[in-house]
Design a protein around this ligand. Structure first.
Ligand code: PBG
Length: 324
């Protein structure tokens, strides 16, 4: 028998053949576009470490949502930069808060665009932590009450999905109970289930001015060294009623995505966070990497690892390149 019998290169010979055997698809339809909303009118304020991204006032945010929707992106996730911050993050659960107003404005014009709202206090607290601080640490159970109020006001404003990113214990169950008690049993919870205490959030914290003023987030976000713990966290969130689970960041945590995909059968999201975005943009601006190819390859890797949907600051670029 002539050697070699098996020649994997046969199926790589032409693009048509490669397309037939391609195992993973990437399209705009599985992307979620993160956006920052700030007070004012006509504001489009550039975010230094996130080139091409802005803090938008609501009027311009609505236009940006339209352009994303027109490119085939089915969903956005909103983060708020409030007028002022306080110890207990009141802006997060103000029925007339920055994100609550933005949701109303977007849904009025685009009922078909899914609006996901991040539920967390860090953008709204003067100390920058994701909850109420007592004796130098975030008080879990006191924070749950505020997260529940936040989720409810967002659902009342018209949010399609609420996405708690705080990593407090028991928050999915507490939010579910609050939503159900007020007639929002149909609103799903996308839980940031395995969220690591990561240096990759740096540019986001600059954008939202949400870096902790003292200490860090390691008493609530996960230790990057841990894999099995992520599976326990995800299992808890599913037990508590999470409809979609998320792993965050994405590319440095592909092992977690793959394990979550194998272990659980709920829809799985991954967040390609601001630091992942910034690394690629910085290298591309220096001409050190091929921007388009490296973005598509990174997102393909996250899909291949097992993510059904990806939150990415590249959503519009990818939609332009690949379509739906
Ligand atoms: C918390 C939150 C953060 C991000 C999303 N939600 C910041 C943090 O935990 O410090 C980071 C997202 C990114 O880096 O792109 N509200």
């Amino acid at each position: 028998m002539p050697f070699p019998i098996h020649r994997p290169r046969r199926l790589r010979r032409t693009e048509a053949l490669r397309s037939l055997v391609r195992e993973t698809a990437l399209s705009a339809r599985s992307l979620i576009y993160p956006l920052f909303v700030c007070p004012g009118q006509g504001v489009k304020d550039a975010i230094g470490p996130m080139p091409g991204h802005y803090r938008w006032s609501t009027d311009l945010l609505v236009e940006e949502c339209k352009s994303a929707r027109d490119l085939g992106i089915p969903a956005v996730i909103l983060f708020g930069i409030p007028e002022s911050k306080d110890e207990v993050g009141s802006g997060a659960y103000d029925p007339d808060g920055i994100v609550q107003r933005a949701v109303r404005a977007i849904k009025r014009e685009m009922p078909d665009l899914a609006v996901i709202c991040d539920v967390c206090l860090d953008e709204y607290t003067s100390h920058g932590h994701c909850g109420v601080v007592k004796n130098g640490d975030v008080d879990n159970d006191a924070t749950l009450e505020l997260l529940a109020k936040t989720a409810l006001t967002l659902a009342q404003a018209g949010a399609d999905v609420v996405a708690p990113s705080d990593m407090m214990d028991g928050r999915v169950a507490r939010i579910r109970r609050e939503l159900d008690a007020h007639g929002f049993a149909q609103i799903p919870i996308l839980a940031y289930a395995a969220k690591y205490a990561s240096a990759f959030y740096g540019p986001f914290r600059a954008a939202a001015d949400s870096a902790p003023r003292f200490g860090d987030r390691r008493s609530y976000q996960m230790d990057p060294a841990n894999q099995r713990e992520a599976l326990r966290e995800i299992a808890l969130d599913i037990e508590e009623g999470a409809d979609i689970i998320m792993v965050k960041p994405a590319l440095p945590y592909l092992d977690i995505i793959t394990l979550a995909r194998q272990r659980f059968d709920v829809p799985l999201a991954a967040y390609q966070v601001s630091g992942e975005f910034a690394l690629i943009e910085a290298a591309a601006q220096n001409g050190w990497v091929d921007r388009q190819r490296i973005i598509v390859e990174s997102l393909m890797a996250i899909r291949r690892a097992g993510a059904d949907m990806i939150l990415t600051y590249f959503a519009k670029d990818v939609a332009r390149w690949l379509g739906c």
